[in-house]
Design a protein around this ligand. Structure first.
Ligand code: ZN
Length: 148
């Protein structure tokens, strides 16, 4: 199938997901021309805020393949990945992603992904989420890694 056909399939899955009262997102992980993992957004159904379509597709592909490393696979998604999903894609080793609607295009419906990407371009101290390093007395924060 062509990239256009895979994206069309994602959009159909997203429409179907929306018809069931869920958010209108779907993704596919494809390996050698076959679907290895399919995912739809299930945040509303599960109250799991990580239940984005791309994350669910990556999880399904990892289960199917028996490996969290998905290098060589291609991810197709109905919308350009948000920062969380893009991070998960990096962890998977996938280096090829195709999407339907862009982040800019999604802004008409939800501006959050665009604002998140803008946040990441700011210096850490200027972000709305304050992540502060704390050094506990007497405990080396590298200790969990050294225990391996
Ligand atoms: Zn996402």
């Amino acid at each position: 199938m062509s990239h256009q056909q895979w994206i069309a399939q994602c959009i159909e899955l997203a429409i179907d997901n929306a018809s069931r009262g869920q958010a209108p997102f779907a993704a596919l992980v494809v390996k050698d021309g076959s679907v290895l993992g399919e995912g739809v957004n299930d945040v509303k159904a599960t109250n799991d805020l990580t239940g984005h379509a791309e994350v669910r597709a990556l999880q399904a592909a990892a289960r199917e393949s028996g490996s969290r490393r998905l290098a060589g696979c291609v991810l197709y998604t109905s919308c350009e990945p948000c920062p969380m999903c893009l991070g998960a894609i990096y962890w998977s080793g996938i280096t090829e992603v195709y999407y339907g609607l862009s982040i800019e295009g999604q802004a008409e419906f939800s501006d959050l992904p665009r604002r998140q990407y803008a946040e990441f371009r700011r210096a850490p101290r200027e972000r709305s989420v304050h992540a502060v390093q704390v050094s506990p007395d007497g405990i080396d924060p590298r200790r969990p890694f050294l225990a391996e």
